[in-house]
Design a protein around this ligand. Structure first.
Ligand SMILES: Cc1ncc(COP(=O)(O)O)c(C=O)c1O
Length: 403
């Protein structure tokens, strides 16, 4: 049998995999809790968690058990038939969302595509054929053409023009701009309650409540993209719960099945409009992914991980604030729950990620001036104390390099 050491995985990747990703030079082979090991056996404390996916950490026994059991029963059936894990997962999400009904797919982009299609159907039926979606500058909603058009970052859009018609962006937290952009063509407002990929920027309560009121007054659909901020990460199961509003449509993905690919589009009664055949998917909602989803939700509730996310988030913010006052190359600690970021001066975020990795800490920089931290919801105080110590060593290195 070939062992992980015997082959040059990076060279093989370059030979056989398309050049889509800018990767760090690290091949991960095993994980447990908040820690992963690379092909050389080196251990890392991981604050990236598969980009907010591994909400229960690596190899949580509940996910292992659910997947192992399901794989011996039924991996896939198609949506021509009913399957029990799909119904169970939809039931759990229905209870958590105050009665919304689910549609399952395989990714966040697909969940947002479904939401956009549903909003267009609403426009056709209830707003004279309106179809336009207003989203926010600096947002991220996926890589399909429609979700690229909804994503408010020109760098993701420039290469793919012409993008589908019917999307425009306005500044985050600017209700007047939303109102000014609304026309008879507008059908929906799409918003991340806490922007993730854009650098962890929470919306304000006034903005979210203003959006809700504007949607009610103008007969618009409010879509909350909870793909990164949902699943308890911000200290409530859905981040909008902290804002005193209820969206019409919610999208989820990332952590929903603890690492097994899945997406979901949830809707309340006003927009529950799809009829058989109008939208669909081959894999979406398959028993394997849904059984992992059921186990993930059950574990989040049983292990009180939403409360843990709120407490550990506040604790990590204290660490980040004190590191910011000690090391001037970082500032602006921000975020909600276990969705955190700091600003890094002089575009040194990639250098900080590299030094942290050398010290055994995995971080992510969505841009050259931002470090994002989105660890498993299972993380403990002791883990965060260790993470702070490792981050401090990386900060010392990077500070020394610019002096
Ligand atoms: C808020 C948000 N929406 C949508 C997506 C797209 O999800 P996926 O990569 O699963 O298509 C992401 C992914 O980072 C995201 O953070």
């Amino acid at each position: 049998m070939t062992t992980v050491h015997e082959r040059d995985w990076v060279a093989l990747e370059h030979q056989y995999y398309q050049g889509t990703f800018k990767r760090l030079p690290l091949t991960l082979v095993r994980g447990e809790g908040v820690r992963v090991w690379d092909s050389e056996g080196k251990e890392y404390l991981d604050l990236v968690a598969g980009i907010a996916v591994n909400v229960l950490g690596y190899c949580h026994p509940a996910i292992i058990k659910a997947v192992q059991e399901q794989v011996t029963q039924l991996v896939h059936t198609s949506n021509l038939f009913y399957n029990i894990p799909q119904v169970e997962l939809a039931e759990q999400l229905g209870k958590l969302s105050g009665g919304m009904r689910s549609f399952f797919c395989n990714s966040g982009a697909e969940a947002n595509e479904a939401a956009i299609k549903l909003a267009r159907k609403y426009g056709r039926l209830h707003r004279n054929g309106a179809y336009e979606v207003i989203s926010m500058h600096n947002s991220f909603h996926g890589r399909t053409l429609a979700t690229t058009a909804a994503t408010g970052q020109p760098s993701y859009q420039a290469a793919w023009t012409p993008l589908p018609d019917g999307f425009q962006q306005v500044p985050l937290n600017d209700l007047d701009a939303v109102k000014a952009a609304t026309s008879e063509k507008t059908v929906a407002i799409l918003v991340e309650v806490v922007q993730g990929e854009g650098g962890i920027w929470p919306t304000t309560k006034e903005f979210m409540q203003g959006l809700r009121q504007w949607c009610d007054e103008q007969n618009l659909v409010l879509i909350c993209d909870e793909i990164q901020a949902g699943m308890g990460r911000t200290g409530t199961f859905f981040s909008w719960e902290q804002y005193g509003i209820r969206p019409d449509i919610v999208t989820l993905a990332k952590g929903l099945a603890g690492g097994v690919p899945i997406g979901a589009m949830l809707t309340g009664p006003r927009t529950d409009l799809f009829t058989p055949g109008e939208h669909g998917t081959t894999f979406g909602g398959n028993p394997l992914a849904c059984s992992a989803g059921v186990a993930t939700l059950k574990t989040i509730l049983e292990e009180k991980l939403i409360e843990n996310a709120a407490q550990m988030g506040a604790y990590w913010h204290e660490h980040l604030s004190s590191l910011c006052s000690k090391y001037p190359i970082i500032d602006s600690p921000r975020g909600l729950g276990l969705m955190r970021a700091v600003h890094v001066k002089h575009e040194l975020a990639p250098a900080l990620v590299e030094r942290a990795m050398a010290h055994g800490l995995l971080l992510n920089n969505p841009s050259k001036d931002t470090i994002r931290m989105i660890p498993p919801l299972t993380i403990t105080r002791a883990d965060l104390d260790q993470a702070a110590a490792l981050l401090e060593r990386a900060l010392q290195d990077v500070t020394a390099s610019v002096q």
